[in-house]
Design a protein around this ligand. Structure first.
Ligand code: NDP
Length: 247
């Protein structure tokens, strides 16, 4: 197993769910962390919690959809944080579960901007340095939704199908460099995802998990950690992880 000790890991969407669980897993492995999300207070709380592992953390309040700000914020990362070794493109969301002909177009914009464009903005800025330094690993958190479209999931599933295509394209473009690309595609994970999807309707969000034992954010984080700790010549290209109960 390759060591994660002192590697710099940038995690988008680290303020909750899978991103926060990845932060905990990598902190325990001895990594240094750049935590990215819009809710700075959540990032700071997490940074405080991670002190128990002696982790060095840089919290970066950032909306991944804001191309101009993403560029200036990543270019002006303080010196010890310049060289990102592992990028975990996790920030993402779903809005609504509606038929396409009744859906709110604003919801579509938000999903496309965050799940596709946000991932691209961040990766476009960080990948060149990885190529230049001859080391790096990009983890894209896709979804089973990128493989199977479900009723009402239309645009969300399309964004995750795009993430799948982007992961494949990144791999091809990076061929011949030591930079690895891994797509981790989970099924149902119990996080704030469903609440965000239903605009804060907790009751509706909880119904999603009835009769099923969903994955936990920690289950996914463990897998992400596993992928990044393989020897440099081993790339886990794509990994689908489902709740055992899930079809
Ligand atoms: P959460 O809602 O718990 O976490 C989503 C994270 O994304 C939050 O930290 C949020 O932070 C961040 N985020 C959202 N929009 C932005 C933005 N514009 N800029 C920066 N950060 C943003 O959900 P999950 O942990 O479940 O989701 C993580 C990823 O996993 C997503 O890509 C999701 O599509 C994917 N996934 C989730 C599944 C599930 O069932 N939960 C299944 C398959 C895939 P903040 O609001 O503070 O900005």
């Amino acid at each position: 197993m390759a060591s994660i000790q002192d590697q710099i890991v940038l995690i988008t969407g680290a303020s909750s769910g899978i991103g926060a669980a990845c932060a905990r897993a990598f902190a325990q492995g001895g990594a240094k962390l750049v935590l990215v999300a819009r809710r700075l207070e959540r990032l700071e709380e997490l940074a405080q919690e991670l002190k128990q592992y002696g982790t060095q953390v840089y919290c970066l309040q950032l909306d991944v959809c804001d191309r101009t700000f993403v560029k200036s914020a990543l270019r002006s990362l303080p010196e010890p944080w310049h060289n990102i070794d592992i990028l975990i493109n996790n920030a993402g969301l779903s809005r609504g579960l509606d038929k396409f002909y009744t859906a709110d177009i604003q919801d579509w914009e938000e999903m496309i901007d965050t799940n596709i464009k946000g991932l691209l903005y961040i990766t476009r800025l960080l990948a060149p340095k990885m190529v230049e330094r001859g080391r790096g690993h990009i983890i894209n958190i896709g979804s089973i939704a990128g493989h199977q479209t479900y009723p009402g999931g239309n645009v969300y599933c399309a964004t995750k199908a795009a993430v799948k295509a982007l992961s494949e394209g990144m791999k091809m473009d990076l061929l011949g460099t030591p930079v690895r690309v891994t797509s981790v595609d989970p099924g149902m994970v119990k996080t704030e995802f469903s609440q965000v999807r239903f605009h804060g309707d907790v009751e509706r969000a909880n119904k999603v998990y009835q009769g099923i034992t969903p994955l936990s954010a920690e289950d996914v984080a463990e897998i992400v950690y596993f992928c990044t700790t393989r020897p440099p010549h081993v790339n886990i290209s794509e990994l689908i992880v489902l709740a055992t109960d899930q079809a």
